[in-house]
Design a protein around this ligand. Structure first.
Ligand code: FAD
Length: 506
């Protein structure tokens, strides 16, 4: 909120207004443009595809049903996102669910258990109580053994959290003598939900960051679904806001190459796919990390700031939609499947107004891990849609044994149709030791700034992280153009600097 207020309270005079070209119309690029327009600048968002939203984009199939890139959950502990909804006056588009978490029981097919947050109990006690009250997932002894290693997180905060980045979740558990069963019962689901990855691959910092953000706020873990597809329900109001203040958002604008000054230290234009060059005063990339790496000018590639980005890469994930001929469940919430191939799922015919259907379920499921990089045995991202749907149906038979499995009467529910969306490179893979390589939004190039969920900010690769990174990039540009000091460039690891020096000597 403070940052929003800062950007709004320092509106520049028209003659000082900068034209800012932003590459990428995902949440980060759009948020960046929104806050730049609030500060009196003139952003122009260039999106390669014919749809906005990037990893939250969605489109309709031939029947008019929406296909989403991902099942997306909003949390109470998303302050920048909540603030954005507020500023756009669209808070009523969030459908808040009961404050609880629902887990499938691994040993009891078809059964679920919940962690209930009692209203009126403040954080973090409401979380402690929710764990204590749940009798099904962990024994009292296991609960008691889990707490001590997590206490430094609450006391020391971010420093302790950052120090754990070199350890995987499994390493951390072993180091602090946490019972192995905590991994099977809790951390596998958490890791898959947070980063589409298994706990032996995931950095402990991710789990602690999430816990720290979620547990310090009473409603931190409360979940909401958007009431419809993201391009229309969230991106469109951002576009309206930007355009009302003189900015532009353009689709089908694929950026190809940076046009640099002779010495490479300034961007002079963006060469687009058709060959035309777009010129602006300031340039921002809000592209995903893997694309930024690919399109990085060779003049920058060995600069330590840009070289560190080599250490980051996107993780694959698959989003599946399954339309059934009947209702499979009446649960109006996200469920943790706790099954080998699936992470979370929800019946969108119940959870989301726009997709409502009283007679038939539409399950949206996140399939993870789906490659060896994420800890999986099979490279699912390379498999056919049919194979992925078949494997998902097998897991669903365990989650819904009386509706789908062999025990189902009249042969069970019929799958009417399905849609599989593969994202081979989604959020950056938060494997151990990556946090230190996430670059600041400010770069060594005087008129070029980075945005995107993977850049350095205190949230993970998430919608909240994307919004915050976009906002921080807008702050860099507004401070710089007003002659105010900026936050500065985040320091780069010494070994990256040494490697860069060595490479330039060769
Ligand atoms: P992106 O959304 O990737 O946007 C980048 C944009 O740049 C894209 O629109 C792309 O088309 C564009 N672009 C790329 N190259 C070019 C080019 N050459 N020229 C012009 N434009 C270009 N987050 C949560 O908080 N909660 C969740 O429940 C959640 N679930 C998820 C489930 C799935 C299956 C997935 C895939 C992601 C999920 N996320 C979730 C993560 C969240 O979607 C992302 O962190 C966030 O949307 C990233 O936004 P971004 O703007 O940084 O990047």
């Amino acid at each position: 909120q403070a940052l929003s207020a800062k950007l709004k309270s320092n509106v520049v005079a028209k003659e000082q207004s900068k034209k800012v070209a932003i590459i990428g119309g995902g949440l980060s690029g759009l948020a960046c443009a929104k806050y730049l327009s609030d500060a009196g600048h003139t952003p122009i968002v260039l999106e390669a595809r014919d749809v906005l939203g990037g990893k939250v984009s969605a489109w309709q199939d031939k029947d008019g049903d929406w296909i989403e890139t991902g099942l997306h959950i909003f949390f109470g502990a998303y302050p920048n996102m909540m603030n954005l909804f507020n500023e756009l006056d669209i808070e009523d588009r969030l459908q808040w669910k009961t404050h609880k978490m629902i887990f499938a029981m691994q040993e009891l097919p078809g059964e679920f258990t919940t962690f209930d947050f009692v209203p009126g109990i403040p954080a973090p006690f409401n979380f402690g109580l929710a764990i204590l009250m749940n009798q099904k997932m962990l024994t009292l002894a296991e609960k008691i053994q889990t707490a001590p290693p997590l206490i430094p997180m609450l006391i020391e905060g971010q420093d302790f959290i950052d120090e754990q980045d070199e350890l995987s979740v499994l390493d951390f558990m072993r180091k602090y003598g946490m019972p192995e069963r905590i991994n099977e019962e809790v951390f596998i689901s958490m890791a898959k939900a947070l980063d589409f990855i298994d706990p032996d691959k995931l950095s402990m910092t991710v789990v602690l960051t999430a816990m720290n953000r979620f547990l310090n706020e009473t409603d931190g873990l409360q979940m909401a679904f958007l009431d419809g597809n993201q391009p229309e329900r969230l991106c469109a109001p951002m576009v309206e806001h930007i355009e009302a203040r003189g900015g532009e958002v353009k689709l089908n604008q694929r950026f190809r190459e940076f046009v640099l000054s002779e010495d490479g230290t300034k961007v002079e234009g963006l060469r687009m796919r058709g060959g035309e060059v777009i010129e602006a005063d300031e340039y921002i990339s809000a592209m995903p990390v893997d694309i930024m790496k690919r399109l990085m000018p060779k003049e920058w590639a060995n600069m330590p700031y840009f070289r560190q980005v080599r250490e980051l890469e996107g993780i694959p994930v698959i989003n599946i939609h399954m339309w059934f001929d009947r209702k499979l469940t009446s649960v109006d919430h996200l469920c943790f499947s706790r099954s080998p191939l699936l992470s979370v799922y929800a019946d969108m015919s119940t959870c989301c107004k726009e997709y409502a259907d009283d007679e038939r379920s539409m399950l949206e499921l996140v399939f993870a891990p789906c490659s060896p990089l994420a800890g999986g045995k099979t490279n699912w991202i390379a498999k056919s849609d049919e194979e992925i749907v078949e494997a998902t149906m097998k897991e669903l038979a365990r989650l819904f044994p009386t509706e789908i499995g062999p025990g189902a009467p009249d042969g069970g529910a019929v799958l009417r149709k399905s849609a599989v969306v593969k994202t081979p490179r989604s959020v950056y893979a938060a494997i151990p030791g990556r946090n230190k390589y996430r670059p600041s939004q400010e770069t060594p190039i005087e008129n070029f700034t980075l945005a995107g969920d993977w850049t350095s900010q205190k949230f993970l690769g998430s919608m909240e992280g994307a919004i915050l990174a976009g906002k921080l990039a807008a702050e860099v540009v507004t401070d710089r153009s007003a002659g105010r000091p900026t936050q500065g460039i985040k320091s780069v690891q010494q070994h990256v600097i040494d490697e860069a020096n060595k490479a330039s000597e060769e």
